[in-house]
Design a protein around this ligand. Sequence first.
Ligand code: HEC
Length: 136
Amino acid sequence: MRRIILIAVMIVLGGCTIDLSRLLTVNMNTTSMTVLQGDATRGADIFTHGVNDAPPCIGCHSLGQSAFSLGPKMTGISQRAAERVPGMNTDAYLRQSILEPSAYVVSGFRDIMYPNFKEKLTEQDIVDLIAYLETL
Ligand code: HEC
């Protein structure tokens, strides 16, 4: 009799384990599928003022007619970005330009872009910056 109860308990517990693991899998899938929405207004603020001790982009990338700019002017970047590297769309190119500036160096410019945005920016900061650059 005891043995039967034990087996019954094991079956019930086994059932629970399976259910729990299914539940966990579903939750994990939901988390990894979360897509962050870029906020261009916040991106503009990071571009102009910097964030988390990282230098502001505007220090090296002027907008509009200003004559001097250490890096390429950002006006029209949304158009140029898609054509810079074959096989890379606007989003991928902008992300790479921010996180790995040395991976592709724009002709006529030196490889002097601040290299540590990868450590300083959160994923939300990055999608906000990209959303802003896509309005330029
Ligand atoms: C210390 C100066 C400096 C800072 C700060 C800087 N950049 Fe740059 N950036 C450069 C230079 C120089 C280049 C051109 C060389 C290269 O391609 O790496 C460049 C290239 C780029 C390009 C590619 C432009 C093109 O025409 O293809 C993008 C996009 C870009 N930067 C975005 C940013 C953003 C966004 C920030 C702020 C989060 C930023 N940069 C901060 C100097 C800087």
